[in-house]
Design a protein around this ligand. Sequence first.
Ligand SMILES: CCCCCCCCCCCCCCCCC/C=C/C(=O)SCCNC(=O)CCNC(=O)[C@H](O)C(C)(C)COP(=O)(O)OP(=O)(O)OC[C@H]1O[C@@H](n2cnc3c(N)ncnc32)[C@H](O)[C@@H]1OP(=O)(O)O
Ligand SMILES: Cc1cc2nc3c(=O)[nH]c(=O)nc-3n(C[C@H](O)[C@H](O)[C@H](O)COP(=O)(O)OP(=O)(O)OC[C@H]3O[C@@H](n4cnc5c(N)ncnc54)[C@H](O)[C@@H]3O)c2cc1C
Length: 664
Amino acid sequence: MEALDYHAEERRKAEFNLDEMKIVWAGSRRNYELSDRVARLVASDPVFRKDNRTMLTRKDLFKDTLRKAAHAWKRIIDLRLSEEEANMLRSYVDQPAFTDLHWGMFIPAIKGQGTSEQHEKWLPMAYKMQIIGCYAQTELGHGSNVQGLETTATFDPQTDEFDLHSPTLTSSKWWPGGLGKVSTHAVVYARLITGGQDHGVHGFIVQLRGLDDHLPLPGITVGDIGMKFGSGAYNSMDNGLLRFDHVRIPRNQMLMRVSQVTREGKFVQSDVPRQLVYGTMVYVRQTIVSDASCALARAVCIATRYSAVRRQFGSQNGGPEIQVIDYKTQQSRLFPLLASAYAFRFVGEWLKWLYTDVTQRLQANDFSTLPEAHACTAGLKSMTTSVTADAIEECRKLCGGHGYLSNSGLPELFAVYIPTCTYEGDNVVLLLQVARFLMKTVSQLGSGKKPVGTTAYMGRAEHLMQCRCEVEMAQDWLKPSTILEAFEARAVRMSIACAKSLGKFSNPEDGFAELSPDLVEVAIAHCQLIVVSKFLEKLQQDIPGKGVKRQLEILCNVYALHLLHKHLGDFVATGCITPNQGALANEQLRLLYAQVRPNAIALVDAFNYTDHYLGSILGCYDGNVYQKLYQEAWKDPLNDTVVPDGYLEYLRPILKQHIRTARL
Ligand SMILES: CCCCCCCCCCCCCCCCC/C=C/C(=O)SCCNC(=O)CCNC(=O)[C@H](O)C(C)(C)COP(=O)(O)OP(=O)(O)OC[C@H]1O[C@@H](n2cnc3c(N)ncnc32)[C@H](O)[C@@H]1OP(=O)(O)O
Ligand SMILES: Cc1cc2nc3c(=O)[nH]c(=O)nc-3n(C[C@H](O)[C@H](O)[C@H](O)COP(=O)(O)OP(=O)(O)OC[C@H]3O[C@@H](n4cnc5c(N)ncnc54)[C@H](O)[C@@H]3O)c2cc1C
């Protein structure tokens, strides 16, 4: 007998070819097929079960993580999975683990900052997981201010070694994932000191634990920093603390692509910019943008499917009540998030291209695009994670009371996701980096240096400063050039206004500090423009499949116009549009929501998430929400007994006392 599909009617309403949309979402047919196969592999494996995760104690959760990581590694070896498939498998296992840092930061740090000899020595061991590494940069006293780190690595020419030391309490390494209980090695960031001179922060490969007994090596104190936000969630990760008491490592364990220390202790700075020491962060920030689209898509998939099942009010003549997805308020909260998931997917694709391009240039000693790559990764990481974190919480509210249940999947998704706003760079700190880059670009406008890449629009500042939006009717807002020009004009006008205000300060740094809240807004406007423009560029491509391109055009317009509506103050205050044109944009937005509505379920089906990965009763594919909620409630350990533990000690005496009091 065929299983019931509560969404069948919704699925029939779709006006586009779902299979083709799945391919667009995955990036290519090949990606789709790989990802689909790996997702099913994980979903069907009982070791990767995760429905009881939030009930586990920290110790049990951690052991479960080790078990899953070991099993994943076995599957990767047995099935001879490629690096790409292995990464997919780990992400579908969906449990933060030391392996994220080993593959995601330790190996990339060695690859990006090590010499070819260092690659030859360390990478084969790391690829085979004969050593496991983490990325130990942040300290108790400093995270954002990397130049303020205190751990020292002092060169001793007598022994040809570095002496690693934690001189203060605040110099203790604090937060690195995988450090607390697992890593045998770390790339440690410390101040390099030679001949009494401080050369700033550099990376060093340091062994932390014995490869036979896993005990900390002499001079090393290491442990876990304790429970974090939420149940389950990021508590599967052993974020750690680490102190060095004059630990000795050989000279060749300093990562020496950017600078070198010779046998005599001479510090040599190569032609490579020192910012390359920060290269791993650029790499990870880029991956975080793609991950944001996945997390957002996941929350939106849950909220959309549940909104189509849930009914409240409006029954007529005993008929069914209204599906909550049909309420305009629900649509105006949900559909922009759906559109944002697609928007972040496409900007993530583009950012991956940008990162690959900058990496190839760096290999050829062309460092010209590094500042832009830094600004784009920093800004987009910041913008997409902040939006996604807020969106997950909004999706929880969109699911009403049931969204607050752990088995909706949303509380844990929120708890696991929100630190992305902090790690790999606090989002405000990163936006200020973007603002610096923009202010520098504006200051060079008169110099004849033509802005390129994502700031090319600033080269048309003269036009953008005085252009007038030509929208007269709501449908005029559907013209891509109209949308793009409005976003460009707003970004350039906000940038130039801030640059002018900065010019009033005698000390530019004082001005930057004073105006930093405005500068953050400027950076956000610029990042929103990037996302809108990359979505529009995507639509220039040949996109096959009945109705697929049309749906993407609708989503792109929803994305742009909801931002315009949300930031109307900026657009009107800078004179880019009139209040009436703002009202027309809102009118058009309502019409667009009506066009999204029949396609909503199919648009989230296109993410191709398995029920295992979604981990949500409210978001399950068949929509059989109530029966599953009811069954699940009985599985809670509190329901193992009819009368709860503690009744005799604590409840009964109160109840009896109540009876005695009543009798008095
Ligand atoms: C091999 C296979 C791989 C498989 C992959 C496996 C898949 C796994 C997926 C990946 C999963 C990853 C795991 C996710 C878990 C992450 C856990 C978290 C980890 C961490 O948090 S690590 C620690 C991160 N820390 C930070 O981000 C600190 C933030 N602070 C900074 O970045 C900097 O200090 C700063 C940018 C805020 C300021 O730096 P500083 O004071 O030194 O610099 P200035 O302001 O003076 O700027 C000097 C100039 O340098 C430029 N700059 C700064 N940063 C960079 C950079 N990164 N790149 C290029 N250029 C940079 C500035 O713009 C300045 O330029 P100017 O021209 O002089 O103005
Ligand atoms: C779950 C998790 C995992 C992590 N994993 C790792 C890891 O594997 N390896 C590692 O090395 N680190 C790791 N970290 C550390 C992380 O990178 C830092 O916490 C992060 O970079 C933020 O730095 P901070 O904690 O010093 O924040 P702070 O800089 O102290 O931020 C506190 C507040 O000050 C504000 N602020 C700071 N500077 C400025 C400024 N210049 N202007 C305006 N406002 C400012 C911030 O916006 C924020 O509101 C992890 C952190 C978390 C939460």
